[in-house]
Design a protein around this ligand. Structure first.
Ligand code: C2E
Ligand code: CA
Ligand code: CA
Length: 247
């Protein structure tokens, strides 16, 4: 019934504030209940299997939007799409992405895929093959919510993912204890050694931003910079450089 919409949250360079990407985040625009967060319905969609058609809808809409922005003459930044482990279990995500890229004439550099650690824990060869195929298509892979799941450091070696997203649970504790700072610092050092870029999620305060600048985190995302907004509102992010609130 066309009640799902994609909102977009920017990721910016930690040092310059330049926009580096937009994360597509689905919302259920309910006629009675209003805007419903995916935190509420994604787990239900995963449990019932509705995540398969919903995930397909999200991929299609993100690709349609990239094409629309390109046609409007905007030089769009990459859009990252969250893919559920259930979608990989069902299979064919690589083929879905390939056919959408063809349908909307999108170069792979404009599409990124966010997978959580639990998605990477699958032993199923089909899952690992899809992830490898997506990467081979030139799509950048982000390891989402790093540090909260069942971390598989060995998987980090097997599947080269280019971006590591530090979960906001770590970011929110920055500056509150020595341990919290050491953990973030260590994750950033590890990512660097693995030649991965690091994004800090859930950056809400200037103090957190400054700590991340000191620690050499590449990109930041969070309410301090911007919340997820509609495609129309996100167009403004593409028009001008997005600077952190501190500058
Ligand atoms: P996520 O992938 O970790 O996305 C980041 C979530 O953190 C988003 O919530 C975002 O709005 C929120 N956030 C961003 N900055 C801040 C901040 O500074 N402070 C706080 N407290 N929160 C912040 P959202 O949009 O409600 O999405 C929740 C989760 O739902 C996502 O977490 C993702 O796991 C899932 N999700 C969203 N869209 C999709 C989708 O299209 N497909 C799938 N499979 N999952 C999705
Ligand atoms: Ca994500
Ligand atoms: Ca995340």
């Amino acid at each position: 019934q066309r009640q799902f919409a994609l909102y977009y949250q920017p990721r910016v360079d930690t040092h310059t504030g330049e926009i580096r990407g937009l994360e597509a985040l689905v919302r259920w625009i309910h006629p009675v209940h209003g805007v419903i967060s995916p935190a509420v319905f994604i787990s239900m969609a995963e449990a019932t299997g509705s995540i398969i058609p919903l995930g397909a809808l999200v991929m299609e809409e993100a690709c349609r939007q990239i094409k629309a922005w390109r046609e409007a003459g905007l030089a769009p930044v990459p859009i990252s799409i969250n893919i559920s482990p259930r979608q990989l279990d069902a299979g064919g995500v690589d083929r879905q992405l390939a056919s959408l890229m063809e349908k909307y004439a999108i170069p792979p550099r404009l599409i990124e895929v966010e997978l959580t650690e639990s998605a990477m824990m699958s032993e199923a060869q089909g899952v690992l093959d899809q992830v490898a195929a997506i990467r081979q298509m030139g799509i950048t892979l982000h390891l989402d919510d790093f540090g909260t799941g069942y971390s598989s450091l060995s998987r980090l070696q097997e599947i080269e993912m280019q971006v590591l997203k530090i979960d906001r649970a770590f970011v929110s504790r920055l500056g509150t204890s020595h341990q919290a700072d050491v953990l973030v610092k260590t994750i950033i050092l590890m990512a660097r050694e693995l030649q991965m870029a690091v994004v800090a999620e859930g950056v809400e305060t200037v103090a957190q931003l400054h700590a991340l600048q000191r620690l050499g985190c590449d990109e930041v995302q969070g309410y301090l910079i911007a919340k997820a907004v509609t495609a129309e509102e996100a167009t403004a992010f593409l028009h001008k450089k997005l600077l952190p609130a501190t500058q």
